[in-house]
Design a protein. Structure first.
Length: 151
């Protein structure tokens, strides 16, 4: 259980700020970074279990899945390449969020947001036009950089 210590200086002043449309829009924008992560978890989980996706990009996993139907789903997908595909976005997001604060401090928020947005667009384009697994992973890394900057 976490504990805390509050210091009270005896003054009874209240914060007189208002909730403006800019504050509301900023909160919605900040929440979208987390929503992107949640959306990706749902999409990548669903896609990695689709037979057509596995046939095209992970044929060994597809063959293993079709050969032995007695293995549970938790043991079927033990491909390191499939794991790299899934986790690449999260690792890229982690590292990008660490450098995003320095980027924001040096260049400002607009540049940081612009870099994140461009990265998401590039990652979507690469992922959508992927011809092999490595293009998929590159697309997810670019998406991760965008998500890291957004967060």
């Amino acid at each position: 259980m976490a504990g805390g210590l509050a210091m009270y200086d005896g003054s009874h002043t209240q914060y007189n700020g208002r909730t403006t449309w800019f504050v509301i829009a900023s909160c919605i924008g900040a929440a979208m970074g987390g929503a992107i992560f949640g959306y990706d978890i749902g999409v990548s989980g669903g896609v990695t279990s689709m037979e057509t996706f596995l046939k095209k990009f992970f044929p060994k996993v597809y063959i293993k899945m079709k050969e032995d139907t007695k293995i549970s789903n938790y043991c079927k997908f033990d491909s390191q390449l499939l794991t790299s595909f899934t986790s690449s976005l999260y690792f890229a997001g982690l590292f990008a969020s660490l450098i995003a604060s320095s980027t924001t401090k040096v260049f400002g928020r607009k540049v940081s947001i612009f870099v994140g947005g461009l990265s998401v667009l590039a990652g979507s384009a690469v992922g959508g036009s992927a011809l092999n697994v490595y293009m998929l992973i590159l697309g997810r890394v670019l998406l991760g950089i965008g998500v890291g900057f957004a967060n």
